[in-house]
Design a protein around this ligand. Structure first.
Ligand code: MIG
Length: 680
């Protein structure tokens, strides 16, 4: 059951797809306080054992209790424990204790502060700064029921094409056809499976969106065509800002259509990003989305089938006004004398030039024809860009799914694209963080996601990359990405590349099954990754587990996320079969009993646990998702009672696939084996 309560004058957000009438009674469960400055606070006392799932893309554990978070889409380069926001705002949480099961969704495009037991461990105190919002309460009997109800409120998750489940190699710095070709052939020569390579900003002319360097990419169309013969796709990046430059098509057409965000005086808001001074499309307007979505055409016509959208919080390096304010601050100090406090303050003033709150208050959007200051709708910007892109794709090619993943997002954007987890570091703690983010992202509707495997910033080590890949085997987006000037991070750069290749090969053997699990979850409004509490709500140990996840129908993952570990402890909430993978063909099958276990896992090994009477399907493998044989499988599982597995298969691109007609019901017949070969 979902109830909507409305406060103030909420702005349209495009987050929900079901319009519910607002309740007339008071909001139950929560204490309500008007703070006098327009902001509204909702409070709830927490049970000692209460766990809080949700908030999607966010640092810290699976259980969000015990800290303070903010919904404020931010370009953050350092995902430490004390950071309060990342790139997306996902204002949905589920409170779960022996006495309560309650979903809370705040449809609010502005800043929201979530104190979930930070100030007082037994209190959740949630503040909407604008006080204009819709609050939804979701009550169901199970955690999974709440997740499903929320998805039905906010709409079906985005479906990527099947090739997007292949391994993707990316790096900031690949600047030419030649360079990309050599990266691709280094994979192919070593039989490291690969489906796509990303093109970061270096492919553009002066970082201008929708351009590409003519000397580095003399014939992009032909290049992409040739690569497709080898089953490789190019995935270029697009940023949010449009360079101010007369004669540059997107700027001229944007100006002609009056598409850019304005300052109070009616002139374009200008701030610098990679290309220098840029204007920012007002993605909240339908006509602007249409204009922007059509800008992808030349790239689509060149045969490109996937994109990633970046810098759409929007990230702002500086504005002229901001720089002038900082110089003025410096001048004040210059005349007033310098001490350590003023110099520290000055340092903050200058480092605060980027992504500055004053800048976010300097420009306006048109919402229903009326100007709305950016900070009040800040968290919608990336979602608007995603929507513009997705709508453009649909106009260009209504019959095929294209790949799209964005950095910034909001609830609702999950219908139009995936997201990646942003600029993580090559840190072991970020491997754990990536794992912990997955179920909360899924809960909020973002199924197609993954982190930068190996870590984006800092220098990776080969063992860290291998362990990252072992998590990546299971994440829908399996992309190795790293920043300019960091250590080379392609698999083939390392002495242990064969281990890593074998790990990627497990992904390809699992790909048809993983795709089947993903598509069923998406089409049934379910999650792919769930916290253990979803299936074992009465098992206290399971409910509080922070480093294992349920995967699909009847599986569990428990990656190693510590350097030099020779294994890890795993808690099995029931009897399971462990598959300890070394490669697609080399693995141990170990039946294990409910309880705690130490599991040996050398660097080359990673486990997948399968419940009794459930099965995992391994196909013969291959080096491209398009070359996999999904009719012959090794079926792994302990089968004690007759059952079925519903294998989802489709053409991998059709836009509205029908779930039922794409299922093959495979009979699981009890036997004494742990694996068997089938054809279907
Ligand atoms: O200011 O395009 O998160 O993946 O490689 C950095 C360069 C801009 C941030 C993205 C990252 C990408 C990088 N971008």
């Amino acid at each position: 059951m979902i109830c909507r309560y409305s406060f103030g004058t909420p702005l349209p957000t495009d987050a929900v797809v079901r319009k519910l009438p607002a309740e007339t009674g008071a909001l139950p469960f929560f204490g309500l306080q008007e703070n006098g400055d327009g902001s509204l606070t909702f409070s709830l006392s927490l049970h000692p054992e209460e766990v809080i799932f949700g908030l999607g893309q966010m640092v810290r554990g699976i259980d969000k209790r015990g800290h303070r978070y903010e919904s404020w889409n931010s370009d953050v380069f350092n995902h430490t424990e004390s950071v309060s926001s990342l790139y997306g705002s996902h204002n949905f949480v589920v409170f779960f204790s022996p006495e309560r099961l309650l979903g809370l969704y705040l449809d609010d495009p502005g800043r929201v502060v979530w104190d979930l037991g930070y100030e007082h461990r037994d209190q959740a105190v949630i503040t909407s700064l604008s006080g204009n919002l819709d609050v939804y309460l979701i009550r169901e009997n199970t955690l999974a029921g709440i997740a499903k109800a929320f998805r039905q409120l906010t709409g079906r998750s985005y479906l990527p094409p099947r090739w997007a489940f292949g391994y993707i190699q990316s790096r900031w710095g690949y600047a030419s056809e030649e360079e990309l070709r050599s990266v691709i052939s280094a994979h192919r020569e070593r039989h490291i499976p690969l489906d796509a390579v990303c093109m970061d900003i270096d492919y553009m002319v002066d970082f201008k969106n929708f351009t590409w360097k003519p000397d580095a990419f003399p014939d992009l169309k032909q290049f992409q065509q040739k690569l497709k013969e080898d089953h490789i796709r190019l995935v270029p990046i697009i940023d949010a800002g449009i360079k101010v430059e007369e004669g540059y098509g997107p700027y001229d057409s944007g100006e002609a259509g009056d598409c850019f965000c304005k300052k109070e005086d009616g002139s374009n808001f200008v701030a610098a990003v990679w290309p220098g001074r840029c204007c920012f499309p007002d993605f909240l307007r339908e006509d602007v989305r249409r204009w922007f979505g059509d800008l992808y055409r030349p790239l689509l016509e060149a045969g490109i089938e996937g994109f990633w959208n970046d810098m759409n919080e929007p990230a702002l390096f500086y504005s002229d006004e901001g720089v002038a304010d900082a110089f003025a601050a410096a001048d004040r100090i210059r005349s007033g004398g310098v001490d350590y406090e003023t110099t520290w303050w000055l340092k903050d003033v200058f480092s605060g030039i980027a992504n500055n709150m004053d800048d976010y208050r300097r420009f306006y959007h048109l919402v229903d024809g009326k100007p709305v200051r950016h900070d009040l709708v800040h968290n919608l910007y990336g979602a608007g860009m995603t929507r513009a892109t997705a709508e453009g794709f649909r106009r260009f090619d209504p019959d095929h799914r294209l790949l799209l993943f964005s950095r910034s997002s909001f609830i609702g954007a999950h219908r139009n694209g995936g997201i990646w987890q942003g600029d993580n570091f090559s840190w072991w703690s970020h491997l754990k963080m990536a794992l912990q983010m997955l179920p909360n992202l899924n809960l909020c509707g973002f199924l197609f996601t993954g982190c930068d495997l190996g870590g984006f910033g800092c220098n990776v080590t080969e063992d860290l990359l291998e362990r990252f890949l072992q998590l990546g085997v299971f994440t829908p987006l399996m992309r190795n990405h790293s920043a300019l000037h960091t250590r080379d991070q392609e698999i083939y750069r390392f002495d242990t590349w064969e281990l890593m290749r074998d790990t990627v090969s497990v992904r390809y053997a699992l790909l048809p099954w993983l795709y089947s699990e993903f598509m069923k979850a998406a089409l049934r409004d379910e999650m792919l990754f769930r916290p253990l509490a979803f299936e074992y709500p009465d098992d206290k140990r399971a409910v509080h587990t922070q480093d294992q996840l349920l995967l699909g129908d009847g599986c569990m993952i428990a990656p190693v996320y510590e350097q030099n570990a020779s294994g890890r402890f795993v808690y099995l909430p029931e009897d399971m079969l462990m598959i300890r993978f070394r490669s697609a063909h080399d693995y141990d099958l170990v039946p294990m009993e409910k309880g705690s276990h130490w599991i040996d896992l050398s660097l080359a090994e990673f486990p997948l646990f399968v419940k009794k009477n459930r099965a995992v399907f391994l196909c013969p493998g291959g080096e491209s998702s398009e070359l996999l044989d999904d009719t012959r499988f090794t079926v792994i599982g302990q089968l004690e009672i007759p059952g079925t597995y519903d294998l989802y298969r489709d053409d991998g691109t059709s836009v509205s696939p029908d779930l039922e007609s794409n299922l093959t019901h495979i009979r699981l017949v009890p036997d004494n084996a742990l694996k068997r070969e089938i054809q279907c």
